[in-house]
Design a protein around this ligand. Sequence first.
Ligand SMILES: [Zn+2]
Length: 291
Amino acid sequence: MCLDCSSLGSKGLKRRHLMKLAGLGLAAGGLAPVALASETKAPAAADSHGAEGQSAEAPTEGAHDAGSDAGHAEAAGAKPAAADPHAAPADGLTPKQALAKLREGNRRFVEDANACAADLAHRRTELAAGQHPWAIVLTCSDSRVTPELIFGGVTLGELFVVRNAGNVLDTGALGTIEYGTEHLHAPLVVVMGHKKCGAVAAACDVVKKGAVLEGSIGKMVQPILPVALAALFTSEDFVGQTVRNNAVSGAKRITEESAIVTHLVDSGAVRVIAAVYDIETGEVAFIDKIS
Ligand SMILES: [Zn+2]
């Protein structure tokens, strides 16, 4: 919970915050939705699953198709009807809808980082019976890379997150992703690296300078070494290029190494993409084409 919310408390939100939450579709938790409805320009509430075409487009990298159906609601300066981060359950999203929801969440984070999820006690009670996360994120343990925040303040029960230094696809990560897709039915898997990643930089030092990493760190970054080697001399930004390639490589390996996920991808139930998070701007560049 951000400082604003913690200081205001769930019952005493100021008008500015009510407006903000209404814009996020968070008014459902007893925050006077009737009064707010006449004051917001948002179109009729989106369905709880974040209908396609109602999400703003986040910065993208490379070709993408999900972005093409996003951003239309911004015409004439109207605030887009945001997907409801508190909607429950979130099962039933298509991979495309889940990606649009991530894009919209990241746009909120970049443009209005003070907005955050609220009413956690209510949400916790709701989720006690079961979880229905709508996206799986494999990313770095870096303390600046917190998926629940950088995707717009999504709350409990929405993202199924796997983290380790360097977002390495090891056995634990792959098994977790298989569980999230097959048993929890999350439709989207994102492998997300980030700029200025210390683990990737360490792997680059091994490749470029022959650095020796102590303890288990050396073993941990081993899967990054071939990616770093392939990126050597291909870009002036060796670490940055390796970050990108490592995310793409991780995403590709998920389907190459998991028959479970491959089956779900082939059926259209699941989509696997890569992404790079910019820790300075807050923007996530989605890489839809990983093959
Ligand atoms: Zn990192």
